[in-house]
Ligand binder design. Structure first.
Ligand SMILES: *Cc1c(COP(=O)(O)O)cnc(C)c1O
Length: 428
């Protein structure tokens, strides 16, 4: 591609043929205004735009790039796999190695099935839970995003929230009725929902720490209560760790909180930047999947050798580098800089953070659920976003998305970002 093609020209061409000019809505910058930039290449913590600008990137391709962009080890793994062919349509050795790695990181996963996106993982886990229990209803939580399948696109976070359509057009009301939506961090609401739907709840699905209304932690004891209630009522507990898996700890939030869910959904990091999802858990449940059992699930490119090779390299690097304590330091550093600047300026700011994920909410209310997240000042966020972007720092283009750190942010990038965030807040 010619390096002289500007983002403006590309976006004009894209809008003629691609709805909104993008292949995933949040990329269109609708919630912050202005036009998106196009990225020509990415390296370490830096994106280079089609216009030749270099930006420090805190989106990290929405989570996967935990070692920074274009890591040589991952590139080598893909190149090596590529020399053997791009897809076989038969089982391949990489899939076995990947399954063994996932099981070693996540003790709750006795068996695992690979697919090609997080959406497929959650959709399939829900079907499996329904097939296993013989029940139809599911419980989800307001603001949790589990991809874009019908029964999960009800009161969803992420792009669905930013665009003001938490309930998508095109989802039949009859499907939505099978989904009970509850407030997060509210064990009494979950208890009441089980009482109101006796013997009908197949599964409870949640992001154990939410990353899709911005970042929100579960309050102490909450996840243990969710585990106890699901056990008591015979519902399958599904942790959607597509975002948090391998990111907040080697074994995700379930490791941090010492909870054993029945099923876990994975994606993002396990693909090493290629399209991958996975779901796994108790063997007794997983064995209901075809070809062993009656629950059908399949994928032409599932277990794709290039994606498996990239993911295996990524997970092996996590084991070698053990970046979690260092990532947490970076997260604390950036949040502390933002909080100090806000205090000086007299602006209310909440900065929930864990490891390499955090969010900046411009609100006085501690953020613990969807309504408190929505209380943040989105007009102020817009100005903050553009003030940072002008100064070379790219953060998620929505007030309701988490920032992501990578080990490539260590050193110069984090110092520069702290300066930019401080200046941007001081000038709000
Ligand atoms: C990103 C995400 C998904 C959807 O994954 P895709 O690969 O975009 O389909 C599902 N659940 C959570 C928690 C996510 O963050």
């Amino acid at each position: 591609m010619s390096s002289s093609v500007s983002s403006t020209d590309l976006f004009a061409r894209a809008q003629r043929l691609i709805p909104g000019g993008v292949n995933s809505p949040v990329r269109a910058f609708r919630s912050v205004g202005g036009a998106p930039f196009f990225t020509r290449s990415a390296q370490g913590a830096t994106l280079t735009t089609a216009d030749g600008r270099e930006l420090i990137d805190f989106v990290c391709t929405w989570g996967p790039a935990i070692h920074g962009h274009n890591h040589p080890r991952i590139r080598e793994a893909i190149t090596d796999a590529l020399s053997r062919g791009t897809s076989f349509g038969t089982p391949n050795p990489y899939e076995v190695e990947m399954a063994e790695l996932i099981a070693s990181f996540f003790p709750s996963i006795e068996k695992v099935r690979m697919c090609s996106s997080g959406t497929e993982a959650t959709m399939s886990a829900i079907r499996l839970a329904r097939g296993f229990t013989g029940r139809d209803k599911i419980i989800k939580f307001a603001g949790c995003y589990h991809g874009h399948s019908d029964s999960l696109l009800v009161s969803a976070g992420s792009g669905a929230l930013t665009h003001g359509h938490p309930d998508s057009a095109g989802v039949p009301a009859a499907f939505a009725r099978e989904t009970v939506v509850l407030p997060f961090n509210d064990p009494a609401a979950l208890d009441a929902a089980f009482a109101a739907n006796p013997g009908q709840i197949a599964a409870v699905i949640l992001e154990p720490y939410i990353g899709n209304v911005g970042f929100i932690r579960a309050e102490p004891g909450y996840l243990a209560q969710v585990r106890a209630l699901t056990q008591k009522h015979g519902a399958v507990l599904i942790f959607d760790e597509v975002m948090t898996g391998f990111r907040l700890a080697r074994g995700g939030v379930q490791e941090l909180e010492n909870i054993v869910p029945d099923l876990t959904c994975l994606g993002k990091i396990i693909g090493g930047g290629l399209p991958v999802g996975a779901f796994g858990g108790r063997a007794e449940i997983m064995d209901k999947l075809a070809p062993l059992g009656p629950v059908y699930q399949a994928g032409t490119l599932s277990g794709n050798p290039l994606a498996m090779a990239a993911g295996i390299a990524q997970l092996r690097l996590l084991d070698e580098l053990r970046p979690y304590a260092r990532l947490d330091t970076l997260g604390r550093q950036l949040c502390a800089a933002a909080l100090a600047a806000a205090k000086l300026k007299g602006i209310a700011l909440q900065a929930p953070q864990c490891g390499s994920m955090f969010s900046l909410f411009f609100t006085e209310r501690p953020v613990r659920d969807l309504p408190s997240a929505m209380s943040s000042d989105s007009a102020l966020f817009k100005r903050f976003f553009h003030a940072c972007l002008e100064r070379g720092v790219y953060l998620p283009p929505s007030a309701y998305e988490a920032w992501f750190l990578s080990s490539a942010h260590e050193g110069d990038a984090i110092d520069r970002a702290c300066d930019v965030v401080t200046t941007a807040i001081s000038e709000l």
